[in-house]
Design a protein around this ligand. Sequence first.
Ligand code: AMP
Length: 434
Amino acid sequence: MSFKSLGLSEALLKAISKKGYTKPSPIQKKAIPPVLEGYDVLASAQTGTGKTAGFTLPLLHILSENPKEKFRPIRALILTPTRELAAQVYANVREYSEFLNLRSAVIFGGVNQKPQVATIRQGIDVLVATPGRLLDLQNQGLLSLKRVEMFVLDEADRMLDMGFLRDIERVIKLMPEKRQNLMFSATFSKDIKKLAHGILTNPVQVEATPENTTVEAITQKVYRVAKGKKSGLIIKLISEGNWKQVLVFTRTKHGANNLCKKMIGAGITAAAIHGNKSQGARTKALSGFKNGGINVLVATDIAARGLDIPLLPHVVNFELPNISEDYVHRIGRTGRAGAKGEALSLVSADETTYLRDIQKLIDMKIPVEVIEGFEPDPNASTAPIKPGQNRQRRNNNQGGERRSKKTNTNTNSSRSSNRNNKSRRPKRNNERRN
Ligand code: AMP
């Protein structure tokens, strides 16, 4: 199947070929046709599957088919949980719309709102936004969502994890009821299903797992080590292995900073990326990491979520995540696009329970190694880390946006939930344009 056979316009095909894509990814094959037909879509896909093009390409196709108005109201809204993801999605929108007469903008917190407002004032068709800044500007009367025809909720699961449910509900109320909705999520918890039920009307459900990020395709290893010797061990592995691009995960922002300092002290070029860093520092760290100027990027889970770093050879869990699913997300960053990847975890006694839960989830035993001089402490307790420490990541403001702590799962919806295939009916273009 080719992009052309999916029915995308010549202008989009030109942009796609400029990007170097030769064929649609599985999620693109599955999501693009129903979106083009006007259906609401509920997609199960995580970063690395090509999901961004999966919703952006048909969205741009539909918008470009509509007649332009002199004053351009915002006709499509793409909501993302983090600033990095917003910037990344926006970059994609810009690239794919290069040969179309469409304008776009991105807004997120942590930076001056003035340039963002100036762009919106000129009239834009597509807005990529994080919830906090979007509601801020709306409250100030600087933008209107009354003419939105298409709404994309990207990484919905992470949105809920970050406490954005209330904000999403507020955003929904600001848009017309008649619109096309696309929702993307890596996981499908009860809360996500409830949210989908509130937003989507008779959605087509599509699913795709990343092609090269299956757990089996990645070499995984556990190093059992004393807690106090972890920094020394990771420095030894990186230095002696001469690793050039390593993504290291810590559980907390404080932990990320500490480790980063130690690495720099040992002569390794490293940068930390987390919610307490300014947007400028985060962007600089990420681009340094991508272009090879920085060898090690130390990140917390939420900060790393959505980062588009292709062909990552090494991922190291300096600390195991207390949520097992995060382990799968983390190691999914290696071995992308057919490259072979290695995912290593430094595990101390107090992480024994986490390791057990992870192995249960991935249904395999990860090979264990002990390095001489970095042995585990035989007297250390295997009791898990204090709950206060565990919770820190979830409660910390990693994305720098406004977030309510409470994850209220009530969604107001008067819509029917008839998921019967026969009742699905593509919205006609004029309906969509209302
Ligand atoms: P995403 O899952 O949207 O973050 O995309 C992951 C990576 O795959 C990005 O670097 C995209 O540029 C790339 N990508 C998206 N679609 C395709 C495709 N059809 N062929 C090759 N690469 C793609």
